[in-house]
Design a protein around this ligand. Sequence first.
Ligand code: 6PG
Length: 469
Amino acid sequence: MKSHIGLIGLAVMGQNLALNIARKGYKVSVYNRTAQRTEMFVKNRVRNEEIEAHYDIKKFVESLEKPRKIILMVKAGKPVDDTISQLLPYLEPGDLIIDGGNSHYMDTERRYEELSKKGILFLGMGVSGGERGALHGPSLMPGGSKEAYALVEEILLKIAAKTDDGPCCTYVGERSAGHFVKMVHNGIEYTIMQAIAEIYHIMRDVMKLVPEEMSQIFEEWNKGELNSFLIEITYKILRKKDEETGRPMVDVILDKAEQKGTGKWTSQAALDLGIPTPSINLAVVERIISHFKNERVKLSKLYNKKRNTVQKSDNLIKDLENALFFAMLAAFSQGMWLIAEASEEFNYNIDLPEVLRIWKGGCIIRARLIDTIRKHVSYNNAYLLGSKEMISLLEDRLDSLKRVLRMAVDNEIPVPAMSSAYNYFMSMTEEKLPANLIQAQRDFFGAHMFQRIDKEGVFHIDWEEGEIV
Ligand code: 6PG
């Protein structure tokens, strides 16, 4: 019997996805560039599942029923192109390749074009949920042609995470829409992680709490409106002890955060498309700053932080909870706005509430809050701020956010995600920004013209008479 589907790339994500598919009753052929990894996978992890290992890519392709469906779980970038090149000689028009990695959407756009010319179908599919998600139910964000999606819809719906709103998989949109949406998912992910880290920083260095105490607070928050995967893992992280030293695990981890690029790509795309995503941008920047450990250590000796201790109180904990909620909402506002703009600019045809629906389960940014914002999101209100209810949600938490920001400023704690959420909200709700002065400056030094408030057209004046002869 031929396999229903093939999977290439047996790092942990690939292994888990193959097992997930096989456990839903499908026969899966697998292949990996290095044979040893395939052997280990079969030996250590495959039990009763119908998984057929292949060590030759031609035989792997031949083992699949037609039209062939092949999921690539290889590293983003060149490995994806290399794998496609190796597959192409054995594929026929109508066969389908699905790239399940974190590929840059422009790469997906190019691959989609190139493969279309050859009659090969292609889906760029965001897969979120990490190793566990891949095994037990990820959030899947496939983009490409509807025809391609129809070929694998049944399998994808079965392997995806399930919520009260159905499986966390939908046809996201045309061409690279799936990878674009996954990229923005990660931008939001970076921002929420940064905001949580800022709260932790305040708890650690101003409130002087130990991780166990913080863990209890995060655990409590997870029962309320902050309920989310990232809050859940945070309280679990904070209570974890290092087996070697017995110290809280978080205390023995170096304060340098890595990144594989998806957050940066989100900011780059936002800057290119002209959509403000300040919180996402600063979350990326803060990871970059974290890398300058030596410099930070050196500078910390030159500058003494003025820092007091603030006692834990119910009011303060409520303020922190509210501030975090505000920052989370701002992250979704910026991300959804970016997706809406990209959809219009690139003709992706993305259904915004559907994107939020498939983020309700399986993915890293799954959160109770998504149910609320899903009711308000639309192309007229992609940034979410445009409805009175959303504004009220933020307004109700604004005093808390201000108190938290003041406390951070007073105690010299950097809070870029939370302060940018505040500034984003304040800028967006400001009828009259000081940009008139910036226009005047531009016109002064560069004759860049300006618009007037009292008549149509563009204007330039001589700002200093008699200067130019
Ligand atoms: C997910 C994650 C996943 C991965 C990122 C982390 O949705 O499952 O986002 O894709 O953990 O690659 O990204 P950084 O390495 O850039 O933090």
